[in-house]
Design a protein around this ligand. Structure first.
Ligand code: PBG
Length: 323
């Protein structure tokens, strides 16, 4: 008798489809990236990222409570630094009263159960817009690592639960782990941007923070999109150096990387659906070319299917509402 098997049978009703769904999402899977600015009572929409805002600290406190009520348990903070505070070595990154340090404290106070994550890289603080220290137009590794470790420590001191180095310098996870241990921050987790590609999809983010590189690009430290095996080497090194969670970034163009890392490694995997991915979906949705909710949820479940445990996305709040 033919057909013996009808795969359509289990697709025939919403209840059956939901019963056999291999992956599910919950708001607790998401990390909500948040942009912070100085000032009071302001919520500035980011031109290239509709429905995404830069918040002053007072508004941040409210936003974090709203996110928590929606089931979101992690936020990743990014500060927009004033031009006159930027210099060649990113000194402001280490200011104990800097904007990011105050933002960490604000979130901790507003919602003590919320996990506070911070980005560790010098680009928002550097007049060059590069993630490390620049000497003669080159991004020098070891000097950068020393500053990045201090920066991570400064975030831990301010109350960050998780520091997320996004700079792609060699050896930075080891340096950060060492300084955290030495200073007694033994429970501060490291979520390493391990497989971070030199991607054109970061454009809207750099617009949001006014952190576009002043010269050149980031190809001498971020990964080449042509490579996959190298992502495994990066991730293994970071785990050896003390990373607790490893990340793949961007998301949609790199699902194969996520899948490979999932097969090979025994650590929680994060993916970052970056600004350009957000903007593309938003732009198409605003024109009525795609259905926003359906397209966003499809992209997010794709990350889970590929192996992500944790999803950083600018859609976190919307998706939590939809769920
Ligand atoms: C900083 C950093 C960037 C992103 C996260 N951390 C930009 C970059 O590396 O140029 C990109 C995030 C996004 O595009 O959403 N190093």
């Amino acid at each position: 008798m033919f057909p013996r098997t009808r795969l359509r049978r289990l697709r025939s009703t919403p209840a059956l489809r939901s019963l056999v769904a291999e992956n599910r999402m919950s708001p607790a899977d998401f990390i909500a990236p948040l942009f912070i600015i100085e000032g009071e009572d302001k919520r500035e929409e980011i031109a290239f990222m509709p429905d995404c805002y830069r918040f002053t600290l007072d508004v941040l406190a409210e936003e974090v409570q709203i996110l928590y009520a929606l089931g979101i348990r992690s936020v990743l903070l990014f500060a927009k630094i004033a031009d006159d505070l930027k210099d060649k070595t990113g000194t402001e990154a280490l200011n104990p009263d800097g904007l990011i340090q105050r933002a960490i404290q604000t979130v901790r106070r507003a919602q003590p159960e919320m996990l506070v994550m911070t980005d560790v890289a010098l680009d928002p603080y550097s007049i060059y817009g590069h993630d490390g220290i620049v000497v003669d137009q080159r991004i020098v590794n070891d000097k950068s690592v020393a500053v990045l470790a201090e920066m991570a420590l400064s975030h831990a001191r301010a109350g960050a639960h998780v520091v997320a180095p996004s700079d792609m310098m060699d050896g930075r996870v080891a340096a950060i782990r060492k300084i955290l241990e030495e200073k007694g921050f033994v429970d501060t987790a490291i979520m390493s941007y391990s497989a971070k590609y030199a991607s054109s999809f970061y454009g809207p983010f750099r617009h949001a923070l006014v952190s576009t590189p002043g010269f050149g690009d980031k190809k001498t430290y971020q990964m080449d999109s042509a490579n996959a095996v190298e992502a495994l080497r990066e991730a293994r090194l970071d785990i050896d150096e003390g990373a607790d969670i490893v990340m793949v970034k961007p998301g949609l163009s790199y699902l194969d990387i996520l899948f490979r890392l999932k097969q090979a490694l025994e650590v929680p995997l994060a993916v970052y659906q970056v600004s350009g991915e957000y903007s593309m979906l938003k732009a198409a949705a605003q024109r009525g070319w795609i259905d926003e909710r359906a397209a966003v949820m499809e992209s997010l479940i794709g990350f889970k299917r590929a192996g992500a445990t944790v999803i950083a996305t600018y859609f976190a709040k919307r998706a939590a509402q939809w769920l």
